[in-house]
Design a protein around this ligand. Structure first.
Ligand code: PLP
Length: 387
């Protein structure tokens, strides 16, 4: 079955005698048991809920894994993965990580004595140098957010496994439609389902998918023990959003490429970061390991003021953090989504202060390009009138 069919072909309500076509919301915290000394399939929604089970199973299938787990947010999913580690263990992470992940790594898990080393994972030799016998987890995103670096995931899996570590890939910028890290050798794939999987900016959720049964057992243990699972109504919304993942992303990706080309041809724009452009340094690798470049891109203008003015003058692109929605959005990662990166790491990462990130939605291509065109024009003319 092709991906478009797989998105909508699943049993929405296993065992339900009314055969609904949409998954019912089992809005219940607990389930009555027949016997006082044994449990049925469900007993308590923290431990398992039928709406969540349908979603978790569906996501596991879409990522070519065996088990899926849904959490109250992407961060809760990432926190759960770090729960696999113990005091003294180390994480090797790519330095262009989501801001919230950096904050978790530097200010939360350090309390448990877990140490994180950062490398530029585009240079595998750096990873080879920094990995130690204490490294238990290698953690990367690809393409990264917000600089759209493309990381060689097969290579990262080989390096991690040669040193007895697990590879975890945050696949939020791609979704299971465009990239399947488990097929490339990753042990754990996770998503901020708040982004493309939901697609409508109305749910905060996270997902972990694995292949290995023992690993699945450990993740399930943490999900239940920590009480971080996603609620039934949010599971329902996510199930609904996922059905149109391919339709949305095909359109968003087409728009994104057109916009990237438009920006690359504008003299006011200094650099465009988008692995869908032939001239991008990640282009070949992206084509090799993914089925598309996605719909998140970023660019610089050479001036923080001009960048800020473009964001403020754009009308279709709303100033919001987050990405992956049917609506286009625009943000300045340095002061918004990545402001939670500790200052010493910000300097090390060399995140350009004039960086603008856009997430391209499903609006009409001409409207979006026209909007950016007028925003650039206004931004430049307001700059020159000030000087
Ligand atoms: C948004 C995001 C997260 C965090 O997810 P939440 O759902 O906001 O908790 C993690 N990783 C990446 C790449 C993200 O973009």
């Amino acid at each position: 079955m092709k991906f478009a069919s797989r998105l909508v072909s699943f049993d929405p309500a296993p065992g339900d005698r009314f055969r609904p076509i949409s998954t019912p919301i089992y809005q219940t915290a607990t389930f009555e048991q027949q016997h006082a000394d044994s449990f049925g399939e469900y007993d308590y929604s923290r431990s398992g809920n039928p709406t969540r089970s349908v979603l978790e199973k569906h996501l596991a299938t879409l990522e070519n894994g065996t088990r899926g787990f849904c959490f109250s947010s992407g961060m809760a999913a990432i926190r759960t993965v770090t729960g696999l580690l113990r005091t003294g263990d180390e994480i090797l992470a790519d330095s262009d990580l989501y801001g919230g992940t950096c904050r978790l790594f530097s200010k939360v898990i350090d309390r448990n004595g877990i140490i994180v080393h950062y490398v530029d994972a585009r240079a595998p030799e750096q990873c080879e140098q920094q990995i130690t016998p204490r490294t238990k987890l290698v953690f990367v995103e690809s393409p990264t957010n917000p600089l759209l670096h493309v990381i060689d995931l097969r290579r990262m899996a080989a390096i991690a496994h040669a040193h007895g570590a697990l590879l975890c890939v945050d696949n939020s910028t791609m979704s299971p439609y465009l990239q399947n890290p488990l097929d490339l050798g990753a042990d754990i794939v996770l998503h901020s389902a708040t982004k493309f999987l939901c697609g409508h900016h109305d749910v905060t959720a996270g997902v972990i998918i694995v292949k290995d049964e023992a690993l699945a057992g450990q993740i399930y243990f943490l999900q239940n023990a920590e009480g971080s699972a996603l609620g039934p109504f949010d599971c329902f919304l996510l199930l609904r959003g996922i059905k149109t993942l391919k339709l949305r992303l095909d359109c968003q990706q087409r728009n994104a490429l057109a916009i990237a080309r438009f920006l690359a041809n504008r003299k006011e724009i200094k650099q465009v970061y988008y692995p869908g452009l032939n001239e991008d340094s990640g282009y070949e690798l992206q084509r090799f390991q993914a089925h598309g470049a996605g719909s998140v891109l970023s660019f610089t203008t050479g001036s923080v003021e001009v960048s800020k003015a473009i964001a403020e003058h754009a009308k279709f692109f709303h100033i919001t953090v987050s990405f992956g929605s049917v609506n286009s959005s625009i943000s300045m990662p340095g002061t918004m989504s990545h402001a939670s990166v500790p200052p010493e790491l910000q300097a090390e990462r060399r995140l350009p202060p004039d960086l603008v990130r856009i997430s391209v939605g499903i609006e009409d291509e001409e409207d979006l390009i026209g909007d950016l065109d007028q925003a650039i024009h206004l931004a430049i003319s307001s700059q020159s009138s000030q000087t």
